[in-house]
Design a protein around this ligand. Sequence first.
Ligand code: IPM
Ligand code: MG
Length: 408
Amino acid sequence: MSIQANPLIKTLALSPRRRMAPPAPATARRPMAAVRCSAAKRSYNVTLLPGDGIGPEVVAVAKDVLSLAGALEGVEFRFQEKLMGGAAVDAYGVPLPEETLAAAQASDAVLLGAIGGYKWDNNEKHLKPETGLLQIRAGLGVFANLRPAAVLPQLVDASTLKKEVAEGVDIMVVRELTGGIYFGQPRGFGKNDKGEDTGFNTEVYSASEIDRITRVAFEVARKRRGKLCSVDKANVLEASMLWRKRVTSLASEFPDIELSHMYVDNAAMQLIRNPKQFDTIVTNNIFGDILSDEASMLTGSIGMLPSASVGESGPGLFEPIHGSAPDIAGQDKANPLATILSAAMLLRYGLGEENAAKRVEAAVTETLNNGFRTGDIYSPGTTLVGCKRMGEEVLKTVESQSAVALNS
Ligand code: IPM
Ligand code: MG
């Protein structure tokens, strides 16, 4: 069980759940890696939640990459796989079985694929895969969701924006994940005075909920280019008025950070007009949901983008931001890079294994430099590959590029 406070929340210094391994059989899948590195010194329990659609395909690939990068750094993983989402609805009759949540809570980090699919779209709310996702976020208390969107030079042509607008974009959206309208009470269905059906939700934030996400965002901005833009709708919504007041009052604790505020409608526009003006964005749950999808499209493919969700303590939840893509599930067409990069975030933010994280990120860059592309990022002149082959190419590169990664 993870008991230390999350490093990101404390200082963003990378010193978290390192632990000495009890004598255990080596789990490195590749004999070469096992031979090349010394005996594993640190050991972590990682819960894998492949989920639905392309989830199992991309998680299988990311698991191999984690194992190899870990082995090369003297880190050993013990994986356990659990059901959630539609797969759990089918097997257990609920989208997040107790057993799955308990396993996730007791592990050092959780890697999730994707959930959902046509089959469950018309289920009642408590039987929807999405309900399981909200339950695990709440159950792990992961209130801070980090969603980076960077335009890689190799993929700048994949963006729908003009090259001069897209190139060099590097944004981090810090989304509040366990509050706001997603969880606010009262909510439900009712009738109005005329007897008409109504549906209603509540956007509510307490001062402490705003303060804790704001502090994370300031710390994230400090590790980046020192600019934080808080996005709200304070010209209309009371919850946003409090949001802006709290964010403003915390700014004095971070005098080195340049803070600005923007209404969400303007932010949606500015993200397309001049995305390079943004460094770190902090916003509430629903605005973060929308703006992070928008930001992801600046990069050309949602298939490239990872995310990390962390709380005060306990394991973080790491997942690609793309969905389960049921239209291509089981066809070996999915892009596994977002999940591989989520595994890198797991190493960095969840476990403090910076060197292993760098190995994974360098391997992804190198694989792209080598010209390998899945369908979503393919352009003429590159080599079209499937999910498994992309994974194999990244694995090859984890080994061959490790020295570069270490020295970068
Ligand atoms: C996301 C997704 C989820 C959300 C859905 C699947 C519940 O869109 O992670 O952005 O709205 O948070
Ligand atoms: Mg979303």
